[in-house]
Ligand binder design. Structure first.
Ligand SMILES: *Cc1c(COP(=O)(O)O)cnc(C)c1O
Length: 360
């Protein structure tokens, strides 16, 4: 393996090195067939086998019931902000949203174009440092669904358990899909942009309960209907072939790691190392409240913006890249998705102790 830096970027993010190597080989000569992976027709039996295998691995790893469709769409997770209400709500209907960060706020804005939005909870006034407990909000029985973001990538908060509400759950899992076991049967729809925890940018995975496909009105354009893509096995038009292939490779890797249950333990262990480093001194201050802490994106501040800037610059020079927090929170953020190695977290923890000693 060539020397690699530790990449704490929030997305696109670190991928398993074995996946990068396999992709590099297959791009030039796929399965020794004398044709490159990204030259294959999406209608070829070779590529259809790739897409089928990617889907069946996602189904197997997540335990997706048979009455759910798995779709490979484009337009990023952001397109789901309008596709969800456009497909699931009729005019005059209502949906409930939990406002726990930038991504939910954007989804709320789009949903308002289609229906009445009830924001049942918001942590905006405390800079999104927490997500709600079940007893902090209620869902109007008239509401068609409850929409929430399982992991708030920018603020470093995460639902530790899924809302126990008697409502159709819709979740943006872009930054924590496949990081822990989830009971898919409790959801109407789950979506995730691949570039955080599944592969490269370019494909958005949508998992939708079949009966919801028929809710869409005839006035919605074909490309924007889930039903169109479900009926054509995500081959209505040219799908993002390379991204789908890479997601499949990451799924193979996840299986070799022991699946999602094993991955959850690894993620808990990595995050605990970093949170211990933050909690062991007053020098570092975690942004998220403890009960809401994310295992994927760990956000923290230093005593001053000047120290934060120096911390990030010195970390970068030491091969710890991508630690700058999102511009809306400032500070630092370490994104440590499934493929981020424990050794990188250990190196960061050492660096943090050293930096605090010199500057504290
Ligand atoms: C990154 C992210 C998005 C936006 O993804 P795009 O693919 O860039 O549109 C949406 N939701 C969450 C939770 C994210 O982390």
């Amino acid at each position: 393996m060539p020397e690699r830096i530790y990449n704490f970027s929030p997305g696109p993010a670190t991928l398993p090195y074995s996946v990068l190597q396999q992709a590099a080989t297959d791009i030039v000569n796929f399965n020794n067939k004398g044709i490159g992976l990204i030259e294959l027709s999406h209608r070829s039996k070779e590529f259809i086998a790739v897409a089928d295998e990617t889907e069946s691995l996602i189904r197997e790893l997540m335990g997706i019931p048979a009455h759910y469709k798995v779709l490979f769409l484009q337009g990023g997770a952001s397109s789901q902000f309008f596709m969800v209400p456009m497909n699931l709500l009729a005019q005059g209907q209502k949906a409930t949203y939990l406002n726990t960060g930038t991504w939910s706020k954007k989804a709320i804005k789009e949903a308002k174009l289609f229906a009445t939005v009830d924001v049942a909870y918001s942590s905006e006034d405390i800079n999104f440092k927490r997500v709600p407990r079940d007893d902090e909000y209620s869902v109007d029985p008239e509401s068609q669904y409850l929409y929430f973001v399982t992991n708030n990538t920018i603020y470093g908060t995460q639902f530790q358990t899924m809302p126990a509400k008697d409502a159709l759950l819709i979740a943006d899992m872009s930054s924590d899909i496949l990081s822990r076991p989830v009971d898919v049967s409790r959801f109407g729809l789950i979506f995730a942009g691949a570039q955080k925890n599944m592969g490269p940018a370019g494909v958005t995975v949508v998992i939708i309960r079949e009966d919801l496909l028929d809710r869409v009105s005839d006035s919605v354009p074909s490309m924007l209907k889930y039903k169109t893509h479900a009926e054509k096995d995500s081959m209505f038009n040219t799908p993002p072939c390379f991204s789908i292939y890479c997601v499949g490779q990451v799924m193979h890797w996840l299986k070799t790691m022991g699946g999602i249950g094993a991955m959850e333990k690894i993620n808990q262990d990595k995050a605990a190392l970093l949170y211990e480093a933050i909690d062991s001194t007053d020098f570092y201050r975690g942004h998220a409240e403890k009960e809401s802490r994310s295992l994927m994106n760990i956000t923290f501040n230093l005593p001053t913006p000047e120290l934060e800037a120096r911390f990030i610059a010195e970390a970068t020079a030491a091969g710890l890249d991508g630690l700058k927090g999102h511009r809306s929170v400032g500070g630092c953020r370490a994104s440590i998705y499934n493929a981020f190695p424990r050794a990188g977290v250990e190196k960061l923890v050492e660096f943090m102790a050293d930096f605090a000693r010199k500057n504290g």
